[in-house]
Ligand binder design. Structure first.
Ligand code: SF4
Ligand code: SF4
Length: 445
């Protein structure tokens, strides 16, 4: 480690960062500047700017540790990072960029005064998205808006793109709503019970994709799991922690632990990639809290992505033929952040008649990245268009992924390109196969 960086790492609140979880100088020093991460970084791919690459951002963090102030320019390059973690996968030196950017973002949120427009937009986002009840209140107006034809009309005029790109992005992302009854508090395993699982219903997932949650419950029960689904479980904190709002994320985490820890669950199952990656980090998130540190680590050890759990316990429910061509998209927080790539593919290949096709450049993010696409509408659309073109080039009739954000982002980009492909969560494909539904149940929705 360079002397200046070592000294900076031990220093007090000098430079860009204060002493509360400042980015770690030893993690910065792990970067040997080889550049292997550059071509997998979506912002470097878009702009070719060193300071919008992982290596460039690590250099800026090093400068901050060495005494440079938290400048607007530094914050801009940090803000432009999608947090997709493709650089973590690509890095041969094991640089923990995930931890570096999380610590840096928390410092930015605490110490950098944002402009009025940015503050207002972020306040609106974080007053809405982590609150499933508030999101569910939007379902009625959104349903009426879609049925009236206004959404399609406004999308066609391109007027919003010119006047208000953020609103245009929200308009394009809004998924087609489906009515599904709320799940009961407990669903019993079919046949012999193999495990008891708590299930996260999520925020966006429960408000806009209740059919994905319903499919997840059915699969788990069919595979011999008792499923616990307490209402009012709230947000897991993923959106907050990924955007530097650490104290808010800690509050959400404590509440979720309180809700589930005495439930008797063997596992805690998650069907949204971004949530799963954060839940697995609860031990680190609450490490400073003596009342929760051990409980958080115990909770985190039980967290499994749905595909991960099904492979771990071994599928037993009969799969019926489902003749459909599927392009599988690795959500960044499933592939890069959790290393879960083989499990969903193994499950999909286990469906008789299903043909799996790979998408070119799978490591590059689709541009969704939590609320990054709302905060950065133009580059998010450019990344979405790249991904949609790669998806359509597979010729598949169904795009499958495991994150609601990716589903909305790619669907919007496909529509923009005038293409056609049905979209489904991995859970919906497995559910259709287990129930013996035909491919039309997925492609004609
Ligand atoms: S997390 Fe993604 S966007 Fe951010 S530096 Fe790494 S590869 Fe680039
Ligand atoms: S691949 Fe790793 S070591 Fe190489 S420049 Fe990127 S972050 Fe640094």
């Amino acid at each position: 480690m360079p002397d200046a960086l070592r000294a900076a790492g031990n220093a007090g609140a000098a430079g860009a960062f204060d002493d509360h979880h400042r980015p770690r100088a030893d993690q910065v020093a792990d970067c040997v500047h080889c550049g292997f991460c550059l071509t997998t970084c979506p912002t470097y791919v878009l702009w070719g700017e060193e300071m919008d690459s992982p290596r460039g951002r690590i250099h800026l963090i090093a400068q901050g540790l060495e005494g440079e102030p938290l400048s607007t320019s530094m914050v801009t390059h940090v803000d432009r990072c999608l947090g997709c973690m493709a650089c973590v996968t690509a890095c041969p030196s094991g640089v923990r960029y995930d931890q570096l950017i999380e610590d840096t973002r928390a410092q930015v949120e605490r110490r950098h005064p944002r402009g009025a427009r940015d503050r207002a937009l972020r306040a609106a986002i974080f007053a809405l998205f982590p609150y499933p009840r508030r999101l569910r209140l939007l379902r009625g107006p959104l349903w009426a808006y879609q049925r009236s034809g206004l959404q399609a009309l406004i999308g066609r005029t391109q007027l919003l793109e010119r006047l208000a790109p953020t609103l245009a992005t929200l308009n394009a992302l809004a998924p087609r709503l489906r009515g599904v009854p709320r799940p009961p508090r407990r669903v019993a395993a079919h046949g012999d019970r193999r495990a008891v699982v708590g299930m996260l219903t999520g925020c966006v997932q429960s408000a806009f994709f209740p059919d994905v949650n319903a499919a997840t419950v059915r699969i788990l029960a069919a595979e011999g799991c008792d499923v616990l689904i307490p209402p009012g479980q709230g947000c897991c904190g993923a959106l907050s922690v990924h955007n530097g709002r650490r104290a808010e994320a800690e509050r959400f985490a404590r509440r979720l632990i309180d809700t589930f820890e005495r439930s008797g669950m063997d596992y805690f199952v998650v069907n949204a990639a971004g949530c799963g990656s954060s839940l697995k980090e609860y031990g680190a998130l609450l490490a400073d809290d003596p009342a929760y540190a051990t409980r958080a680590a115990t909770f985190a050890a039980k967290v499994r992505d749905l595909a991960e759990l099904l492979i771990e316990i071994g599928p037993v429910a009969e799969r019926h033929p489902l003749p459909v061509t599927v392009a599988y998209h690795d959500a960044c927080h499933l592939g890069h952040a959790q290393g879960i790539r083989a499990q969903p593919r193994t499950l999909l290949r286990g469906v008789p008649g299903l043909e799996l096709r790979e998408i070119a450049d799978p490591e590059i993010c689709c541009g969704s990245a939590g609320v990054w696409n709302v905060l950065n509408p133009e580059p998010a659309a450019a990344l979405g268009d790249r991904k949609a073109a790669a998806v359509l080039a597979t010729g598949a009739s169904l795009l499958v992924t495991a994150n609601p954000g990716c589903l909305m982002q790619v669907a919007a980009a496909v529509r923009r390109q005038g293409g056609e492909i049905a979209l489904a969560h991995t859970a919906q494909v497995l559910d259709a196969s287990i129930r013996g539904l035909g491919p039309a149940a997925l492609t004609d929705r």
